[in-house]
Design a protein around this ligand. Sequence first.
Ligand code: ZN
Length: 274
Amino acid sequence: MSPRRLLAAAVLALGAGVAAAAPELPVTLRGAFEQGAVVLGKADPAAKVTLDGRRLLLTAKGDFVFGFDRDAGPDAVLGVTLPGRAEVVKHYTVRKRDWQIQRIEGLPPRLVNPPPETEQRIADEAVLIKAAHERDTAIDDFVQPFVWPAKGRVSGIFGSQRILNGEPKQAHYGVDVAVPIGTPVHAPEGGIIALAEPDLYFTGGTIIVDHGHGLSSVVVHLSKLLVKPGDRVQRGQVIALSGMTGRATGPHVHWGVYWFGAHVDAQRLVTPKP
Ligand SMILES: [Zn+2]
């Protein structure tokens, strides 16, 4: 064997040795470790599972979920402890994605830079929204496949960097489906209504559905709400009528998905086109 081949064989053997030395995590995972992704996992229901130190709820069948923010990364650490065993830890790289740049011109200036007198209102509303996203509810709806809240042309995608009237602003954290005002809006997944507000400053008529374990959907710019906080809804149930309330430039449904405070890509949870 040539010295070069010998070296290659030695490196391979070393690689195999390292892999054998690192114990595999006693879980199964479905989903990509990349920005905006949701990962579904399954473990022994008695296991303790953590992501970056955060303890994850497990269903009676051992299902759990986590997600990666649009700007997450580059590292993630998953830990699993089986009863009576030492914790097994695995390090992952969260893959970076490229985001579109979306320019919108001609917006009324008050919508690009809210007037100072609306500051308190916006801050109060942010508290309500954050509380709804931070719920960690022991229901297992999140395990089921999702459905689109409405059918129509996709007019905006997740992650775009928005430049409004020439000013760089917050990224777009949902997927927009263009539909006429008054179109029925369906719950993308079953759950409990965590928030139902007819008139928030940015998002107008707004509903947040808690799907369990920190995963929630928000649908916004609604013209009519058909549910109230605490209601139990089924996947596909009509929960509202669409509109263009709040900061909307045209009639559409904006659907966003969150894992606690992390913005994840709703479109990745359903068939590519509504
Ligand atoms: Zn949108």
